[in-house]
Design a binder for this molecule. Structure first.
Ligand code: PBG
Length: 340
């Protein structure tokens, strides 16, 4: 048995005895710095014009490509599950080489149908990008020689697209293309029309990442290998460039973004932590398709507990300073949080 004197020395060396704070759920709740709340979550939605019935994504269990009809039923179920905020990805049937000729009719029809049916009961953000519209799968308009994306032409087209989405009833425009100056262009066109109340959630700190694979399958937006643009690394952020990630977020905020997003989530929680201290804006983190799928695949193999793993990841996002979580499992959030 340890003698009382040596015990005393131990306590002096380590004065804080933390296990008392972990002993039961009551004291753990009291000691918690924050709690998860399903109201902070956004559920992504895919709607694919080519489908006649909804189809489950192969890599992402529980994630469906919806039809114009099935998405309404899906939202109805989500509302019952406590989800009211959505991020829409329209996948049009037509692709073109020059998307400034595109009419965006499909995206407009989805936004209109959702808002006509659910009105103010849902908050609908719409992703704004050309990658599902271009034959080559890049996020903007390609130069005639195929060596770069034309920034200003892309921004002009995106601003027109944003106006169509606002007219259709979108609550928020979420540009994910990473062109320079697009937030300013979108904000200007919305403010010049009667859409100054529509928010902009900018994918500001969006990194060139290996974790977007399952999403690109669903959105048919994998960049073509025949275009020599090194994936998306000529326009998405470099994982090595910390100052660019911070400066892009500050620039988008200065250009009028209301919400700043960091994506992917787990590899960039250091960016979330820094931005949450620097920016006076709600910060969203996007747990992207490949990150989600990695949890799902481990769970499917019986190697981890799906629900506990997602909850632990969400906790890390909040701890890092995110106020908004975009997750493919958002529709599970209320049930899982209440049951935890
Ligand atoms: C479109 C876009 C992408 C994602 C959101 N918007 C893919 C990409 O940039 O290649 C990724 C989302 C996910 O992987 O869940 N530009």
């Amino acid at each position: 048995m340890a003698n009382p004197a040596s015990q005393h020395t131990l306590n002096k060396r380590y004065p804080a005895t933390h296990r008392r704070l972990r002993a039961n759920s009551h004291i753990r709740e009291l000691a918690a710095a924050f709690t998860l709340d399903h109201r902070d979550f956004i559920q992504p939605l895919f709607v694919d014009e080519t489908l006649s019935e909804r189809k489950e994504s192969s890599g992402m269990s529980g994630v469906f490509s919806e039809t114009l009809g099935s998405v309404l039923a899906s939202i109805e179920r989500d509302i019952v599950a406590g989800v009211t905020k959505f991020l829409l990805f329209p996948v049009p049937s037509e692709k073109s080489h020059h998307p400034h000729d595109t009419d965006f009719d499909f995206a407009v029809s989805v936004v209109r149908a959702v808002k006509q049916r659910f009105g103010a009961d849902v908050w609908l953000a719409c992703d704004l990008c050309l990658c599902s519209y271009t034959e080559h799968g890049h996020c903007g308009i390609l130069s005639p020689d195929g060596t770069r994306l034309l920034n200003n032409e892309t921004v002009t087209t995106l601003a027109e697209y944003a106006l169509h989405l606002a007219e259709a009833g979108a609550d928020c425009i979420a540009p994910s293309d990473m062109s320079d100056g697009r937030v300013h262009a979108i904000r200007s066109v919305l403010d010049a029309t009667r859409y100054d109340h529509i928010a902009v959630m900018s994918y500001a700190s969006k990194f060139a990442s290996a974790f977007y694979g399952p999403f690109r399958d669903v959105c048919k937006s994998t960049p073509s290998a025949s275009i020599q643009l090194q994936g998306r690394s000529t326009y998405q952020l470099s994982p090595y460039n910390l100052s660019d990630a911070l400066a892009s977020a500050e620039r988008d905020l200065a250009e009028g973004a209301d919400i700043i997003m960091v994506k992917p989530a787990v590899p960039y929680l250091d960016i979330v932590a820094r931005l949450s201290e620097r920016l006076l804006a709600p910060l969203a983190v996007y747990h992207v398709s490949g990150e989600y799928a990695s949890v799902e695949l481990l769970a499917r193999e019986g190697l981890i507990d799906r629900h506990a793993a997602h909850l632990e990841l969400w906790t890390s996002f909040k701890r890092a300073g995110a106020s908004i979580v975009i997750s493919y499992a958002a529709r599970e959030a209320r049930g899982w949080i209440q049951g935890s």
